[in-house]
Design a binder for this molecule. Structure first.
Ligand SMILES: O=C[C@H](O)COP(=O)(O)O
Length: 250
């Protein structure tokens, strides 16, 4: 049985005061029925992990370099994230694919390094509006899955997030049938590549304009094991509504 996961991606938002939201979250969910994760900007990862301590809230990074160390100005390695107290890292988010020209191959190298360092990876895939309108969604997702997910993935260290690019921060979401179609497809591809054990134990998240008001219907969709939440993870009160909906579906 897959344990559901509510993951928050703060993106490039948050100064030190934002860490107060972690206290509010852990106070509201001292014994959650689902896994909880917040991925703050790199500047806050260490402080966030120290603040959370051993409470049931994982802290994650939003990116890492494939190398453990070296002459890579501005980058952060998976080992550094682990050293700062992170348990996970988001990789291949569409904003990194677009803003930094990240390829599937680079994402695969980063994920392999993150797994070797002991991190859970949340690997993001998703189509643009043009690709969906051209009926290319499953081809795009299939290609991203094949090329971005490394061979050293297990059901424990891999999470896949389906994030249609056109649904991120727009207030628009796909139909529930469209979400189900993609999640079922991802599940089938993982089972085909890794076998039933890994394929069925890997958690699949939906991301893109998830809010307290639409979370319950999304969590009722086949093969949706939780959410990767952007804007609505910045305020504990909003994220708590999403967590409650996920717990109710668990
Ligand atoms: O990583 C999170 C996603 O990009 C979703 O962002 P959003 O919830 O603000 O639409």
């Amino acid at each position: 049985m897959r344990r559901k996961l509510a993951a928050g991606n703060w993106k490039m938002n948050g100064l030190s005061a934002q860490l107060d939201q972690l206290d509010a979250l852990t106070a509201a969910h001292p014994d959650p029925a689902v896994d909880l994760m917040i991925c703050p900007p790199a500047t806050l990862v260490g402080a966030a992990a120290a603040q959370v301590g051993n409470k049931p809230l994982m802290i994650g990074g939003q990116d890492c370099h494939p190398a453990a160390s070296g002459a890579h100005t501005g980058d952060v390695s998976a080992e550094m994230l682990v050293d700062a107290g992170a348990k996970a890292v988001i990789l291949g988010h569409s904003e990194r694919r677009e803003d930094h020209g990240e390829s599937d191959e680079l994402i695969r190298q980063k994920a392999r390094a993150a797994h070797e360092a002991g991190l859970i990876t949340v690997i993001c895939v998703g189509e643009s509006l043009e690709q969906r309108e051209a009926s290319n969604t499953l081809d795009i997702i299939g290609g991203q899955l094949a090329a971005s997910i490394p061979d050293n993935s297990t059901g424990a260290n891999l999470v896949v997030a389906y994030e249609p690019i056109w649904a991120i921060g727009t207030g628009k979401i796909p139909t529930l049938d469209q979400i189900g179609e993609v999640h079922d497809f991802i599940r089938a591809r993982l089972e085909r590549r890794f076998g039933a054990g890994v394929g069925r134990s890997t958690r699949l998240l939906y991301g893109g304009s998830v809010k307290p008001g639409n979370a319950a219907e999304i969590f009722a969709v086949s093969n949706v094991d939780g959410a990767l939440v952007g804007g609505a993870s910045l305020k504990a009160a909003d994220f708590t509504g999403i967590i409650a909906a996920l717990e109710a579906s668990a």
